[in-house]
Design a protein around this ligand. Structure first.
Ligand code: C6P
Length: 424
């Protein structure tokens, strides 16, 4: 924690001391090829981990290695206390009302599937049927499309899609035009991973609630780029992943309004989620354990708690301001390049710079950049409908994290110039 605070300068704008931050991320300090130090511009795929997160995970296995909620011995008590303390951190991080509203999952995908499958369960009075509609937007990640397709296939409900504009925005009038009394669920990203678009979540939630629909927000990219307050946003459900917020992979959390989670049937059965089991039938544990069947990712939860401490130590507003500055700088530098088109120019936008190059396949661009140590992602970014919208099979995507600098973006631009010269 002391280290984290030291990475915040004492300036009035709480600007970040990025050099101090960089020292906290061991993965940054390597040559990926001889003489080529890593320039990491792929944080939207997964963020690098600070030493405090790594230490938290290691300490679980090194000292507090026990199962939780099960034993009276000291190790189990310590592990349980750390696990539940992490839940309190998520409550605060998302602005939830209580710990009952935070379910640990394996990530955003898992959380979205949990919610979608509840709408297919006849044990819930909100179970969908023929004539009901689920509304998503055209910019969704596959994790926020396919679970809803599976739901519709099971229930006979219809999936409808809000189109995006050429800039990659979701206009409120287009969203409203798709809402009607049959809309039972709307699901959309807080921030698009393939375009960077920040969606007007609060206004969309208000419109959806006017027709009685529930609002499910895919927060995988949202929690990284701004302070989230699920109550203010009006989200009924909000899912995110630990690995995007500088925490471990394979862990995440789902926020759900308490009354909804109370009424929803459990998704998976197993240990810890029950109250009483007999062959005559079983009853369920209290929230949130009803949705946490089996031994969870204990070290992951505790590591994610450390990641929240890390981000809050730096200041979520300071992180957002740093990324906004870098995004503006990167966007300006891209304008220098002929034959390169940014895909996704929404207002407002988060730290994603996706692009296509005339006559150069994104994978080739990515490979040549990698040879210079510059890590970006290429492909469809698990958002094939977005690629269809722009008539491309894929894009190259640079995405920003708290440890990035102007120099990283300069390395990207110089690398792209070199790629262009190689391809003539
Ligand atoms: N996007 C990217 O490179 P999981 O895999 O469950 O942690 O997160 C899925 C997911 C859902 N929604 C959005 C908006 C996302 O960005 C992601 C993950 C990564 O863009 C990996 S595909």
């Amino acid at each position: 924690m002391t280290e984290v605070v030291s990475a915040v300068s004492s300036g009035a704008d709480r600007g970040l001391d990025v050099e101090a931050i960089r020292r906290e991320f061991p993965a940054l300090h390597q040559e990926v090829h001889p003489g080529k130090p890593l320039v990491y511009l792929d944080s939207a795929a997964t963020a690098l981990k600070p030493q405090s997160v790594i230490d938290a995970v290691v300490s679980v296995y090194a000292q507090d290695c026990a199962n939780i909620h099960r034993a009276v011995h000291a190790l189990s008590q310590r592990a349980t206390a750390r696990y539940e303390a992490a839940r309190e951190k998520v409550v605060r991080f998302l602005g939830a009302e209580s710990r009952e509203e935070i379910v640990f999952t394996s990530g955003t995908t898992d959380g979205l599937n949990l919610v979608a499958m509840a709408f297919a369960n006849p044990a819930w009075d909100r179970c969908l049927g023929e004539g009901d509609e689920v509304l998503v937007t055209e910019l969704e990640h596959h994790s926020d499309i396919v679970p809803w397709q599976l739901l519709c296939a099971r229930t006979g409900a219809t999936l409808r899609v809000v189109p995006i504009t050429p800039a990659g925005e979701v206009r409120l009038e287009d969203f409203q035009a798709k809402l009607n009394e049959h809309t039972k669920v709307v699901a959309f990203a807080h921030v698009s991973n393939s375009l960077g678009t920040v969606l007007p979540v609060k206004a969309m939630a208000e419109l959806a609630h006017q027709v009685g629909a529930l609002v499910v927000v895919d927060g995988a990219q949202g929690v990284v780029h701004a302070r989230v307050d699920v109550q203010d946003l009006g989200a009924d459900f909000y899912a995110f992943s630990g690995h995007k917020i500088y925490g471990p992979t394979g862990i995440g959390a789902l926020y759900g309004k308490r009354a909804l989670l109370e009424a929803m049937p459990p998704w998976r059965g197993g240990g810890d989620m029950i109250d009483r089991v007999s062959f005559a039938g079983s009853t369920w544990n209290d929230l949130p354990y009803k949705f946490e069947a089996g031994t969870p990712n204990i070290a992951g939860v505790i590591g994610m708690g450390a990641a929240i401490d890390y981000m809050e130590g730096l200041g979520l507003e300071a992180i957002a301001a740093h990324e906004a500055r870098l995004l503006a700088y990167g966007t300006k530098r891209f304008a220098e390049l002929d034959g390169v088109r940014l895909i996704g120019t929404a207002e407002p936008k988060a730290g994603v710079l996706a692009f296509v190059m005339d006559g150069i396949h994104p994978t080739d661009a990515g490979s040549f950049l990698d040879a210079d140590g510059v890590a970006i992602r290429t492909g469809h970014h698990c958002a094939q409908p977005v690629m269809d919208h722009y008539g491309v099979t894929g894009t190259a995507r640079a995405s920003l994290g708290v440890y990035n600098t102007e120099a990283d973006l300069d390395a990207l631009i110089e690398g792209l110039k070199k790629v262009q010269s190689i391809f003539g």
